[in-house]
Design a protein. Structure first.
Length: 175
């Protein structure tokens, strides 16, 4: 499958919002592994902020956004509660946020391509590690992260209990 990955642009925001709505509708009809909810997460504001910060990337297939990922240097506050594999400031660490594959492209390798891109991008930027969190019942995502060499660190409460999301697993890949 011919995929290009590039920095998201302001002109992508409407399509990104539709992607978020499409994945949330898809999840609502089946098994909602990540526990996401329409109009709560992910939402247009995630795309607006990611584009404004120049850290949102889109994977395109035939001009359509098939997936997206945000690579920032901003951890969740709970990340400070655990001992990571490497001591480093977050200027030297990338954190994966809002990693989404459009339902039309699930199980087509888009997620793997985005993860490979995140690793390559982080290596080029001379980062020391990549970190992420994932809802503990999101088995497909956990499988992908482990396949990509991420190591389980600990589990934490990110403060989403009101949505039924109590525990999140933290993963790290040293570079």
């Amino acid at each position: 499958m011919d995929i290009t990955i590039e920095l998201g642009k302001k002109s992508d925001i409407d399509e990104l919002e539709q992607l978020y709505n499409d994945i949330n509708d898809h999840l609502a009809r089946g098994i909602n592994y990540p526990g996401w909810r329409k109009d709560i997460y992910p939402v247009r504001e995630n795309a607006v902020n990611g584009v404004a910060a120049n850290n949102l990337y889109v994977a395109r297939h035939n001009g359509k956004i098939a997936g997206t990922i945000i690579l920032s240097h901003e951890p969740e506050p709970a990340y400070d509660e655990v001992t990571w594999g490497i001591e480093a400031g977050y200027s030297e660490i990338f954190v994966i946020h809002t990693f989404v594959v459009h339902p039309d492209y699930l199980k087509c390798g888009i997620g793997r391509r985005l993860m490979d891109f995140a690793i390559e991008h982080s290596i080029k930027a001379k980062a020391k590690a990549i970190r992420l969190d994932v809802y503990e019942n999101n088995k497909p995502a956990i499988h992908l992260y482990e396949k990509c060499g991420f190591i389980y660190i600990d589990r934490v409460d990110l403060g989403y209990r009101e949505y039924g999301l109590e525990w999140f697993k933290l993963y790290e890949k040293l570079l």
